[in-house]
Ligand binder design. Structure first.
Ligand code: 13P
Length: 331
């Protein structure tokens, strides 16, 4: 077994999951504003401190994905965030893509950027900050039968594969995330078709780049009806379609698959995860499945915290409460 596959397995094993706390400047600021908090560099730091310095998170979390700014910041106790996590045996990870550009061949679609200078950045994340894994996210929009285009899927998959190759070369585990967006009026059937095609194209590209599948993690969307479809799927429907797609497209060498919450509420994301992991057990799926949520883990804590020191303890209690529920949803 390689070191990379050890790390990948460590990230999904023992009934733990991964917190995504890697919102870019603009997304983090948007989240803070949603809860009436005036954003600033210091507020983003306090936001991360509220989550990451919560005592006992290591019971639930094997890793946390950070944004570059957070790697360079210290917790309230003066310890750099990445060290704070490592001291608790929570592996620090880092989002390494540099966001989305418009895809020139198809307006309305996006392409993820960040390959330029990536090897140098990876070395620094690993050597200076002790990052053990990384994330790269592509965003795939469904619009009727028109989107996604295959040109966009192929180009995003190629970049995900180039990224994964570079990250493994640098001795870290790449999390590959082709997020099929929940936004839209599409049916669950259409989402199922798009997730399956997306994953096929992705694994073709990973094979072409000779990426070692035993040393990656797949981060994927669940198969859900679009947020504007007017339909709420049952957890059983989500689980059945999600497992069908994964079994049809993800090689068994991949050690773990982690789910994003994608705009589902905390309870919905928890209930769907419970049904998915139960279904995976039923069909004897070859990979370990767990969560890698941002919003579904953070929302309730942010609503209590409101950016105020006096509410920090209460917010942390709510954060742990949600982590407990999500962990209990793992089969
Ligand atoms: P959400 O759980 O809020 O979808 O975020 C997870 C993530 O990392 C998206 O890239």
């Amino acid at each position: 077994m390689t070191n990379l596959s050890d790390t990948a397995q460590q990230l999904v094993a023992h009934g733990k999951g991964i917190l995504a706390a890697d919102e870019s400047f603009s997304t983090a600021d948007k989240r803070l504003r949603e809860y009436g908090i005036e954003p600033s560099e210091e507020m983003r730091r306090k936001f991360r401190d509220m989550l990451l310095a919560t005592p006992g998170i290591d019971t639930y979390l094997s890793g946390v994905i950070l944004y570059e700014e957070t790697l360079e910041q210290n917790a309230d106790n003066g310890i750099p965030f990445a060290t704070l996590l490592a001291n608790e045996h929570v592996l620090p990870g880092i989002k390494v893509d540099q966001g989305l550009d418009e895809f020139p061949d198809s307006p309305g679609e996006s392409i993820t950027k960040g390959l330029l200078g990536l090897p140098e950045r990876l070395q620094e994340y690993r050597d200076t900050y002790g990052a053990r894994f990384t994330k790269w996210r592509a965003a795939i929009r469904i619009e009727g039968d028109r989107l996604p285009t295959s040109a966009m899927l192929v180009e995003n998959a190629k970049r995900l594969a180039s990224y994964a190759y570079e990250v493994q070369k640098a001795g870290m585990v790449p999390m590959v995330e082709p997020e099929v967006l929940l936004e839209g009026a599409h049916s669950r059937l259409r989402a199922r078709e798009v997730v399956e095609t997306t994953l096929h194209v992705l694994f073709d590209a990973l094979a072409e780049q000779n990426v070692d599948l035993s040393g990656i993690l797949l981060k994927t969307s669940m198969v859900l009806s679009g947020s504007k479809s007017g339909r709420t799927d049952t957890s059983e429907e989500v689980a059945e379609d999600t497992l069908a797609v994964l079994l049809a497209s993800v090689p068994k060498e991949v050690p773990g698959i982690v789910f994003l919450s994608g705009g589902q509420g905390p309870d919905q994301a928890t209930d769907n995860l419970r049904a998915i992991t139960a279904r995976a057990k039923e069909v004897q799926a070859p990979w370990i499945l767990t969560f890698s949520y941002a919003r579904a883990l953070q929302e309730e804590a942010l609503a209590v915290w409101k950016g105020k020191d006096e509410y920090e303890d209460a917010a942390r209690e709510v954060f742990i409460g949600r982590l407990k529920k999500v962990q209990a949803a793992l089969a």
